[in-house]
Design a protein around this ligand. Structure first.
Ligand SMILES: C[S@@+](CC[C@H](N)C(=O)[O-])C[C@H]1O[C@@H](n2cnc3c(N)ncnc32)[C@H](O)[C@@H]1O
Length: 218
């Protein structure tokens, strides 16, 4: 039998029946839990309903940020994204697209007004703007080895003891190399959710990597 990831199943349901019907049928909690990434569900287990401070690096249209806000008791979510053309994107098209995604993110976040803080800048530029003692930091910005390495080095120290550093796309080669290198260098245990069939399920089923801060690294 073909494996279908639950998040793909719910996306199919959403396409077929519409958001309102699915949400009404499942109820608020089940609906948002089904859409959440593994690291958000892990954070839910870890923090329960405790008020937390969190950061997402790489926000795009705000889809993952919304699942973080709906599943966790977030006092403030720092949203870091420069919304500028990056990698090999064509500048003119990318400028328009980035503007559209930035507006979408602001609209999605509107109902969480007072609990979000947009930092329209790169993760390198935001390091000193994001306060220390974060509970949960999610890395999903520029997926190069050098940037993921910098993001981990800059943001791991910003977590409380017991805080969670996680990210998307462990199945992406450069991300995996950076995460493996960081965790092995510092002897930090790594959790990765199992990807059953990435090609079939697309990005919905890309894997999350998760580490828990246990001690200060050298
Ligand atoms: C994969 S998307 C993020 C998707 C989002 N986390 C989600 O799951 O809904 C990557 C985002 O990273 C942003 N980005 C690119 N370079 C960045 C950087 N240096 N720092 C922070 N964000 C960056 C891009 O503008 C883009 O919106």
């Amino acid at each position: 039998m073909k494996y279908i990831h639950p998040r793909c199943m719910i996306r199919n349901m959403l396409r077929t029946f519409g958001y309102a019907t699915v949400k009404h049928t499942l109820g608020h909690d089940a609906y948002w839990r089904l859409l959440a990434r593994p690291s958000t569900l892990y954070a839910k287990l870890l923090f329960q309903d405790k008020p937390i401070t969190a950061t997402e690096i790489g926000v795009f249209a705000g889809m993952n940020a919304e699942t973080i806000l709906e599943n966790l008791n977030v006092e403030t979510l720092y949203l870091v994204d420069p919304y500028k053309p990056y990698l090999d994107a064509r500048p003119v098209e990318a400028e328009e697209t980035n503007k559209a995604f930035r507006i979408m993110a602001h609209n999605v976040m509107a109902k969480h007004n007072g609990h979000t803080r947009f930092l329209r800048m790169t993760s390198d530029e935001a390091v000193n703007k994001v306060p220390n003692y974060q509970d949960f930091i999610y890395v999903d910005g520029l997926h190069t080895f050098a940037q993921v390495t910098r993001d981990m080095e800059h943001y791991y120290p910003k977590l409380k003891q017991g805080g969670l550093l996680a990210g998307h796309d462990y199945n992406c080669e450069e991300v995996q190399k950076a995460v493996d290198n960081f965790t092995q260098t510092h002897g930090i245990p790594l959790l990765v959710n199992k990807v059953e069939n990435t090609t079939e399920n697309g990005w919905e089923n890309a894997s999350d990597w998760i580490i828990v801060k246990r001690e200060v690294i050298a």
